[in-house]
Design a protein around this ligand. Structure first.
Ligand SMILES: Nc1nc2c(ncn2[C@@H]2O[C@H](COP(=O)(O)OP(=O)(O)OP(=O)(O)O)[C@@H](O)[C@H]2O)c(=O)[nH]1
Ligand SMILES: [Mg+2]
Length: 310
């Protein structure tokens, strides 16, 4: 009996081992390996989509410094900037000032505290006292969803009806009985180039602000005033431009931003110039200068075309 039990046990063990062996010798099921993920698309174009000569700064500077209005009846070319609050209008004017004058004092704007409220003409000193460049900038209060400068006031400024120093009232437009109203503007008082200023690090323009910008643009078109746009804060737009300003025309993000802005507002892409303003830095930066000077040169050309036809 004992022998019988032993025999049964041994045979069971044998069967078990065989079953295990069969299992072990079966080919392993094919293991799943996911397809290789393609590398993410590059955030930059291989070649810049617009050519800019980063070594052209001196030539642009010479052009700007030697500019004289083609129409002798016009003393200075008046360039007016408009755009949403905080877009960098005042900073652009002080950056131009810093670049063109001898840079003894490096002035920058201090955003929150310095919201522009007045209609101010900025002249840039050329030589001695009373000697100024023949182009001036008009800074105005920013556009806002609720408040800010009124579209009516901007239309009046385009025609030269707003006197220098006038403080904007965001509740009502300038009336023709106000001392700030200029009833007989000269050709010099009129705006000769309108510049729309928009920040590259803003996610979206509010519909109401965009509507105001369109109205201003249409009013300027009716008056025949040429228009360009500058996209500021390109240093804050994306990682590529933050790393190196020379990526400005290579960044896919920035190109899309400029293209979207162009179709939203109806300003052709070739009239939109990306810039970085001097904001917190204390040193001169050649790339910052190059972008601003090349935009300024185009502004002068567009404005001069207009005053020659006046
Ligand atoms: N990083 C960076 N900061 C900028 C640039 N331009 C302007 N800023 C900053 O943005 C803030 C607003 O700039 P402002 O020039 O006062 O803007 P504004 O359009 O005149 O504003 P309002 O007068 O209120 O309509 C300030 O803190 C500037 O230093 C830029 O290109 N790059
Ligand atoms: Mg301002």
């Amino acid at each position: 009996m004992r022998l019988f039990i032993q025999l049964v046990f041994v045979s069971l063990q044998h069967l078990n081992n065989k079953a295990m062996g069969d299992l072990e010798s079966k080919p392993a099921p094919p293991s799943y390996s996911p397809p290789p993920t393609p590398p993410p698309p590059s955030p930059t174009f291989r070649e810049p989509w617009r050519k800019i000569s980063w070594s052209n700064k001196e030539e642009d500077m010479k052009y700007v410094k030697n500019y004289q209005p083609g129409n002798p009846e016009v003393k200075h070319l008046r360039i007016m900037l408009y755009g949403p609050v905080g877009a960098g209008k005042s900073s652009f004017i002080s950056s131009v000032n810093n670049i063109i004058i001898d840079r003894q004092g490096f002035s920058t704007t201090d955003g929150d505290a310095s919201f522009t409220t007045k209609y101010e003409t900025h002249r840039i000193q050329k030589g001695g006292r009373g000697d100024f460049y023949p182009f001036v900038f008009n800074d105005i209060m920013g556009l806002e969803d609720n408040g800010g400068v009124t579209v009516e006031d901007i239309k009046l400024a385009l025609q030269g009806h707003v006197r220098d120093g006038y403080t904007f009232n965001n509740r009502s437009a300038l009336s023709d009985t106000d001392p700030g109203y200029n009833s007989s503007p000269s050709v010099d008082d009129r705006v000769h180039l309108l510049v729309c200023v928009y920040s590259a690090n803003t996610s979206e323009i509010k519909e109401s602000v965009l509507q105001k910008m369109k109205e201003i643009r249409e009013a300027a078109s009716d008056l025949g005033i040429p228009q360009v746009a500058i996209i500021t804060k390109v240093d804050e737009a994306c990682e590529e431009t933050e790393k190196d300003l020379k990526n400005v025309y290579k960044s896919k993000y920035l190109k899309k931003k400029m293209t979207d802005f162009s179709s939203q507002l109806g300003i052709p892409l070739n009239c939109i110039f990306p810039v970085k303003n001097y904001s917190s830095e204390i040193n001169i930066d050649d790339d910052v200068d190059s972008l601003i000077l090349s935009a300024l040169r185009r502004m002068i050309d567009f404005g001069d075309d207009f005053i020659n036809k006046m």
